[in-house]
Design a protein around this ligand. Structure first.
Ligand code: GLU
Length: 288
């Protein structure tokens, strides 16, 4: 009988700022899911957008994860070292006729930031490369349930006008290359998933199973993110931070007696119940 492939999960932060409660939640949930399955948990630094990055953030994120006892397997993959792989994947997509050039500026793009092939780039003009999406791919989310295909009527950028490769392409190439078969991440990336699945298919790579977590918002309803200036977590309070994250994730382990991050994480792994999150699907978690 064929054995199911061993679980390989990952956390893939962008070094645009330090960890906040929303990103700690994604790190912790993906860690617990992997460890509960006896699997590997990898760390990938998505450092492909230098203009948006904060100097020192990559290092700070790694130190924060360590301070919280979230230790990863294998060596950290830095996407900044992977340009050749992205170039090759883009070539495959181009050969399949899925890529088109776009010279739109922000002002001329259509709804949802799409071009839909309406612009006509002139020779020598800076262009981005976009994928033509078919909108024909759904999936079964481990938390949100069945996600029928949605036609987002858009086309995602794969390579930007400044020559930088975009998240949508890099994330697929590296999830495939690292053999990731389970992705646990925030619901802000749910719509991206439909496009990523199309890219996996075109690259003849096996897509992971996805679980999208409810988003964490503040009491004003604003999603915690680096862009909205979410407060960095303080590594000096690692056990308390883990307890807060576990409480948001509705885990019984949040209030179990433990005096170190290691002890609390062991309890959290042994008592990991991702199913309770399904009841919160589409809702947000509130963190003061
Ligand atoms: N790098 C992305 C972020 O920090 C997450 C990518 C992913 O989990 O697919 O938002």
């Amino acid at each position: 009988m064929a054995h199911p492939p061993d679980y390989r999960g990952r956390f893939a932060p962008s070094p645009t700022g330090p960890l906040h409660m929303g990103s700690l939640l994604a790190a912790l949930a993906s860690y617990l899911d992997a460890r509960c399955a006896g699997g590997a948990w990898l760390l990938r630094m998505e450092d492909i957008d230098p203009p948006r990055e904060m100097p020192g953030a990559a290092d700070r994120i790694l130190r924060s994860l360590e301070a919280h006892g979230l230790c990863w397997d294998e060596s950290v993959l830095f996407q900044s070292t992977r340009r050749d792989a992205y170039e090759e994947a883009l070539r495959v997509l181009e050969e399949a006729g899925r890529v088109f050039a776009c010279c739109c500026s922000r002002a001329t793009l259509g709804p949802g930031g799409s071009c839909l092939g309406r612009c006509k780039p002139r020779a020598g003009q800076p262009i981005s490369l976009r994928i033509r999406l078919r909108g024909d791919t759904g999936f079964d989310d481990q938390i949100l349930g069945l996600q029928p295909p949605v036609n987002t009527h858009s086309d995602l950028v794969l390579r930007r006008k400044d020559g930088l490769y975009a998240y949508a392409l890099a994330v697929v190439v590296d999830d495939a290359w690292q053999g990731i078969n389970h992705v646990v991440r925030g619901s802000d990336l749910l719509l991206q998933t439909f496009a990523q699945l199309e890219i996996f298919r075109e690259l003849a790579a096996t897509a992971p199973q996805y679980a999208h977590l409810p988003l964490v918002r503040d009491t004003q309803g604003t999603k915690l993110s680096k862009q909205t200036g979410a407060r960095a977590i303080d590594d000096a309070f690692a056990v308390d931070n883990l307890r807060s994250a576990l409480r948001l994730l509705q885990q019984d382990s949040a209030d179990m007696p433990a005096s170190s991050t290691g002890e609390l994480l062991d309890l959290a792994v042994n008592n990991w119940r991702p199913r309770v999150l399904s009841a919160l699907a589409e809702k947000s978690l509130v963190y003061p």
